[in-house]
Design a protein around this ligand. Structure first.
Ligand code: AMP
Length: 190
C-alpha cells in the first residue's frame, strides 16, 4: 500500500521527531526540506549559499528552488512505496506546484500536530539553548511563527478542499504518547 503523508504544524510542534519515527515504522523515507536545506548550507552548495541568510531570518526560501529540490528527491527509487514530507509544502503556491508536478503521486493524507503558542515559544527557546540552531533566536522564532500563520495555515483548508484529509493530533505530551496517538489515528484513517 502506498503511503504518501504530509506532516503539518507550527515550528516547535515536534514534527521532525514524530516524522522520523513514523517514517521508520512505515518504511518510507522521511523527507525534511529544513534538513535538506541545512545540509546544503553546511556543504556550501549554490542552494546553500542562497538559503543561509533567508533561513537565519526565519523567512521562506523561494518556492521554485524548494519545489524542484523536493520533486527531484521524490524521483529516487526509495520513494516508490510512499514518503513522509516534513516542512513542505509550506504555502499554497508550493502545494499547487507539487500537485501539478506529482500528478498521481501527490499527498494522500496530512497529519497536523497541534500545540498552543505559549508552549511552542518555550520549546523553541529551549531548543535554541540546547542545540544552538541559528534560527532559534527570539526574533527568528517570532518570525517563523508569523510565517507559519500567514503562509502555511491556509493549507489546512487547501487540502480538505481537494479531498485530502487533515488529521489533527494533540502534540502535547511525551514523544511516546504522541507517537502512539499518531499510530492509532492512522490505523483508523488508512
Ligand atoms: P524547518 O526545519 O522545517 O523548520 O525549516 C527551517 C527553515 O528552512 C525555514 O524557516 C525556512 O527558512 C526553510 N524552509 C524549510 N522548508 C521550506 C519550504 N518548504 N519552503 C521554504 N523554505 C523552507
Amino acid at each position: 500500500m502506498e503511503r504518501r503523508i504530509l506532516f503539518l504544524g507550527p515550528p516547535g510542534a515536534g514534527k521532525g521527531t514524530q516524522a522520523k519515527r513514523l517514517a521508520t515504522a512505515l518504511k518510507v523515507p522521511h523527507i525534511s526540506t529544513g534538513d535538506m536545506l541545512r545540509r546544503s548550507v553546511v556543504l556550501g552548495t549554490e542552494l546553500g549559499r542562497q538559503a543561509e541568510a533567508i533561513m537565519a531570518a526565519g523567512d521562506l526560501i523561494p518556492d521554485d528552488l524548494v519545489v524542484s529540490m523536493v520533486i527531484e528527491r521524490l524521483e529516487e527509487e526509495d520513494t516508490r512505496h510512499g514518503y513522509l514530507l516534513d516542512g513542505f509544502p509550506r504555502n499554497e503556491a508550493q502545494a499547487v506546484a507539487f500537485d501539478l508536478g506529482m500528478t498521481d503521486r501527490s499527498i494522500e493524507l496530512a497529519l497536523l500536530i497541534e500545540v498552543d503558542e505559549v508552549e511552542l515559544i518555550s520549546r523553541l527557546q529551549g531548543r535554541a539553548a540546547e542545540l544552538g540552531r541559528s534560527d532559534d533566536n527570539e526574533q527568528t522564532i517570532a518570525r517563523r511563527l508569523e510565517v507559519y500563520k500567514e503562509e502555511t495555515e491556509p493549507l489546512l483548508s487547501y487540502y480538505p478542499a481537494r479531498g485530502v484529509r487533515v488529521i489533527e493530533v494533540d502534540g502535547v505530551g511525551s514523544i511516546d504518547q504522541i507517537f502512539t496517538r499518531i499510530v492509532l489515528l492512522l490505523e483508523e484513517a488508512i
